[in-house]
Design a protein. Structure first.
Length: 247
């Protein structure tokens, strides 16, 4: 595979859900994409095929996001195969809806987005410093902004804080950093909500409807575009909730 002139993006968890939507949106907007996946190779190949049909150069790579060396090797492979990395999007994460008293160590490790995000950000910054430019976007959760009594105790607020600190550290290299915090979106996330509670949960959403993975992908694409060139360190919401006490 030869290097082209298009910008190159890394997308974690790109085989389904929000990650797959981001891969497709970026491919449609002229990005070449290397996306990581965990186990579902069939879905990964389907996403890869669909993105290639949009004219992008795309590679699907099995990556252990909890392994720093594996993530670094992935970033270097993307650079070697596609070209300099211009963007990195961290969208890996799952939900375990338990309070502190009930959450088990295995659950905590499973929902901890911080490791995956940290490894990807560090690998991306290492690549981007060379060209003194780049964009990093992490996909977090609305809980990272407001918190919510019914949500898991995953370190979502830590993601928002991490993004703001990282933005300050890397701005001198021309690197911009953002977090996107969607509420429940798509079938995979809303499937954890019992049907009888859907109506009540919908009432906490300003537009009275669930968003979609495409909505999140649109916002990520905006944050990677020239229209957001003067922004960094922001936490951008998708489907703002009406939580009590929220500003």
């Amino acid at each position: 595979m030869t290097q082209g002139d298009g910008p190159v993006a890394l997308v974690s968890a790109g085989s389904r859900g929000i990650g797959a939507a981001i891969v497709g949106r970026l491919a449609a907007r002229g990005w070449d994409v290397s996306f990581g996946y965990d186990r579902d190779e069939h879905s990964a190949r389907e996403v890869e095929r669909a993105a290639r049909e949009l004219g992008a150069r795309v590679t699907a790579v099995r990556v252990d996001m909890a392994d720093a060396a594996d993530v670094t090797a992935w970033a270097r492979r993307a650079r070697d195969e596609l070209g300099p990395v211009g963007a990195a999007i961290s969208s890996a994460g799952i939900v375990r809806d338990r309070p502190l008293a009930l959450i088990q160590p295995a659950d905590w490790r499973a929902v901890t987005d911080l490791d995956a995000m940290f490894h990807l950000c560090r690998a991306a910054v290492s690549e981007m410093r060379r060209q003194r430019s780049g964009r990093i976007v992490t996909v977090s959760s609305m809980v990272g902004v407001y918190g919510h009594a019914g949500d898991d105790l995953a370190p979502k607020p830590g993601i928002a804080g991490f993004v703001k600190l990282l933005a300050g550290q890397v701005s001198r290299y021309g690197i911009q950093v953002h977090a996107v915090t969607p509420g429940p979106v798509g079938r995979e996330m809303t499937a954890i909500v019992p049907e009888r509670t859907h109506a009540g949960l919908t009432e906490t959403i300003a537009l009275r409807r669930f968003g979609s993975a495409g909505d999140v992908a649109d916002l990520v694409a905006f944050l990677l575009s020239d229209e957001s060139s003067v922004m960094t360190g922001t936490v951008r919401e998708v489907r703002s909730p009406i939580f009590a006490g929220a500003p």
